[in-house]
Design a protein around this ligand. Structure first.
Ligand code: A3P
Length: 343
């Protein structure tokens, strides 16, 4: 990769630590990298995509929905898409969210050995093989031929996305209490074969707070977006606010996209966006991952409980105190505050 068009250093994670991680994150078989001064953590395949993502051409009508994983991305994606597309229920039901929103960097999580396995397992079906190619193709390639306006899902922090992005296109960023994020991501890491996590939650949490996890460090990720929250092209949302008062935030999203909807339309949309509807909505529940065998079928799937504060069932006293301290330490140098916490 040329260093001219990518300004950050990409360092391999120390071999011993990488080996230890790959023993419990069995979806990665080569190793991991840390990127730039904030040391963003990725599987090694990021090296192939870093410059392509950083330099991807941005169009003024692009819409990015970004977040740290498991922060309510899917929920926000559907909300944003519906609001921006004049509440087109028919199209929303007919076209899966994964097709409406290429996932910019998913391909970095698909290790070549896993890809080979997925191809073999799906070789009985031409349709599956085509689907597999489509979802594992680098997002930049998918987007290069996607019609406008393009809706883009990414978990990349702002600093690793094109520097002109916010001055050109709109972004909705969603943040969530990191304890709920960790519980939710832990469950997903167990069922996604691209991650293949085999350990327990406590071990997972310890890697998470040491920033030894995909897209970490969590707080740097949030802070980068938070610093841009007053940019006219940035809308910063919290999962907990959506949970508490969805209609207010649907209106806020509508305003951001210059749309106006009646109270009845907002009510209907909130119904469509409820966790109950989502669980039964084939268009948003990432069925494609199960169809292709990338995700092991489980009740703990993509759309899971959809509650704020569920972390309490997973944290013992020691972890609770550790989490409080970790959150407080990371909020010392910023005015970022979670609206649901009494900081
Ligand atoms: P839980 O695992 O805590 O239930 P992402 O889309 O960023 O991966 O985030 C997934 C989290 O958002 C999961 O959290 C999922 O259940 C929750 N979620 C998805 N759709 C939701 C909805 N309509 N309402 C509330 N939460 C939702």
């Amino acid at each position: 990769m040329s260093s001219e068009n990518f300004p950050f250093e990409i360092e391999d994670l120390e071999a011993g630590l990488a080996k230890q991680l790959m023993e419990c994150f069995t979806g990665e078989m080569t190793g991991f990298v840390r990127v730039g001064p904030k040391k963003y953590f990725f599987p090694q395949k990021y090296k192939e995509e870093a410059a392509k993502i950083y330099n991807m051409p941005i169009k003024p009508d692009d819409v990015f929905v970004t977040s740290y994983p498991r922060s309510g991305t899917t929920w926000s994606q559907e909300l944003v898409w519906m609001v921006a597309n004049d509440l087109d229920y028919e199209k929303s039901n007919a076209i899966p969210l994964t097709e409406r929103y290429p996932f910019l960097e998913f391909s970095i999580c698909v290790h070549p050995e896993n890809k080979k396995k997925f191809v073999e397992e799906n070789s009985h079906s031409k349709e599956n093989l085509e689907l597999l190619e489509a979802v594992t193709q680098p997002g930049t390639d998918q987007l290069a031929v996607a019609p406008s306006p393009r809706f883009i899902k990414s978990h990349m922090p702002l600093s690793l996305l094109p520097p002109t992005l916010l001055d050109t296109a709109k972004m909705v960023y969603v943040a969530r209490d990191p304890r709920d994020v960790a519980v939710s991501f832990y469950h997903l890491n167990k069922v996604m074969r691209t991650q293949g996590y085999t350990g327990d939650f406590k071990t997972y949490w310890n890697y998470f707070i040491q920033d030894l996890h995909h897209w970490a460090p969590y707080f740097e990720h949030l802070k980068e977006a938070w610093e841009k929250r007053d940019h006219p092209n940035m809308l910063f949302l919290f999962y907990e606010e959506l949970s508490k008062d969805l209609p207010t935030y649907v209106r806020r999203v509508a305003k951001f996209f210059g749309k106006e909807y009646s109270d009845e339309e907002i009510d209907r949309l909130c119904n469509h966006l409820s966790i109950e509807s989502f669980k039964n909505n084939k268009s948003v529940n990432y069925d494609v991952m199960k169809i292709l065998g990338i995700m092991i079928p489980s009740d703990q799937a993509f759309i899971r409980k959809g509650k704020a504060g569920g972390w309490r069932d997973y944290f013992d006293d020691e972890m609770t105190q550790q989490a409080e301290k970790w959150i407080a330490d990371n909020l010392k140098d910023t005015d970022l505050r979670f609206p649901h916490l009494n900081h």
